[in-house]
Design a protein around this ligand. Structure first.
Ligand SMILES: Nc1nc2c(ncn2[C@@H]2O[C@H](COP(=O)(O)OP(=O)(O)OP(=O)(O)O)[C@@H](O)[C@H]2O)c(=O)[nH]1
Ligand SMILES: [Mg+2]
Ligand SMILES: [Zn+2]
Length: 349
């Protein structure tokens, strides 16, 4: 079991806990769609309850760090009734209040939250992690192969949830052709998204990763087998379980089975997550989708029709920009893939 003793400074007093709570509530991410923060009539924590942070959720148990110990707890019955639009009501990184009976009675408003549509019920939000600063979107050059449209899905979910995206391309030791990588690097650099190429196995490029995680809370997310846990092991000197790639499918074997939060050194936190099988965006309209592709949007304003889906309409400036080399076909294909729901289950409204 992970040693949680050093990962977050325990709050000394109730007053300090209140201040901490206020701090998180005040972090304004108004540029992004609010998750569930800012409600005027937030319920108050019950008398004699203690505040803690969810560090892991495994089958049946929610592990919460309260002061400097980790307790195994569950959701209070009345909270479970609120599970309607959400697949899960509490997630790793949440700040929660544990009542006298040892159950979670209240979940604090989140200042950020990474979520996707539930695999089975697309109208439901599946929370992956909460109250983090950035999402390290991890992909590998090969085994499993790089899927640009998956990067873009993650970027949209990250920005909607109020976090900063960082693209981490692992396994560069397996790269045969750098052309795709270079093109992606150019696209994302132009969009202001950090793009880090490295190899967890050969410890290449780790300094850039160390720099990126410094002083922040980061969640590592991506397909199974891309090397999330390997990278975290490199950063923490830990020995978490990693799994070999299934040679026949070139995919990971879902080694990490639940999300877990722990510290990287003194000042950084990270969350390791299980590899995702598919990533459907949650609760997004077609208009919003175009707005998230800011490079595409630049041309979209010149389309003959408004609105234009940039698929079949005559006089489409977006398609013209791809033809003339002004817009990367990778981004356009990605947009189309999300718009039409190709290769990943999708839930556009
Ligand atoms: N060639 C190469 N292999 C790597 C590299 N990083 C990780 N691997 C291998 O990729 C496999 C999967 O690594 P994991 O760290 O378990 O991947 P993960 O993303 O945590 O996978 P899940 O927990 O299933 O989501 C292991 O066999 C690692 O040794 C790398 O930089 N290069
Ligand atoms: Mg893993
Ligand atoms: Zn158009």
């Amino acid at each position: 079991m992970t040693d949680y003793s050093s990962f977050e400074k325990p709050s000394e007093s109730r007053k300090e806990q209140r201040n901490e709570r206020k701090y998180y509530q005040q972090r304004d991410r108004s540029k992004f769609k609010k998750t569930d923060q800012g409600k005027e009539d937030q319920p108050k924590p019950p008398e004699n309850s203690q505040r803690g942070r969810v560090v892991a959720i495994s089958t049946g148990a929610i592990l919460v760090k309260v002061e400097n110990r980790v307790v195994s707890t569950s959701l209070k019955g009345s909270l479970k009734l609120e599970i309607t639009r959400n697949k899960n009501l509490v997630t790793v990184g949440d700040f929660v209040w544990i009542d006298e009976r040892g159950q979670i009675a209240l979940v604090d408003p989140r200042y950020s939250c990474l979520s996707r549509a539930d695999t089975l019920h697309h109208r439901k939000q599946h929370l992956i992690a909460a109250n983090i600063d950035q999402v390290l979107i991890v992909a590998s050059v090969e085994d499993p192969a790089l899927k640009p449209s998956l990067l873009d899905r993650f970027i949209i979910a990250t920005e909607r949830g109020g976090m900063k995206p960082v693209i981490i391309i692992n396994k560069i030791d397996l790269a045969k052709d750098m052309a795709l990588l270079n093109e992606l690097e150019a696209v994302y650099t132009l969009l202001g998204i950090p793009f880090i190429k490295l190899s967890a196995l050969h410890e290449i490029g780790l300094d850039a990763l160390k720099e990126i995680v410094k002083g922040k809370a980061s969640v590592f997310s991506g397909q199974s087998g891309v090397g999330k846990t390997s990278l975290i092991n490199d950063l923490t000197g830990g020995n978490r379980k990693v799994g070999a790639i299934v040679q026949k499918t070139k995919k990971g074997c879902h080694t990490t089975t639940y999300a877990e939060l722990f510290s990287i050194g003194e000042d950084a936190l990270c969350i390791d997550t299980p590899g995702i099988k598919s990533f459907a965006l949650w609760d997004i309209t077609q208009e919003e989708l175009t707005a998230y592709f800011s490079d595409l949007q630049e041309f979209a304003i010149h389309c003959k029709f408004n609105p234009c889906s940039h698929t079949h309409e005559p006089g489409c400036a977006v398609k013209a920009a791809v033809t003339s080399g002004l817009l990367s076909p990778i981004r356009y294909n990605s947009y189309i893939s999300i718009f039409e729901g190709h290769d990943e289950a999708n839930s556009l409204r």
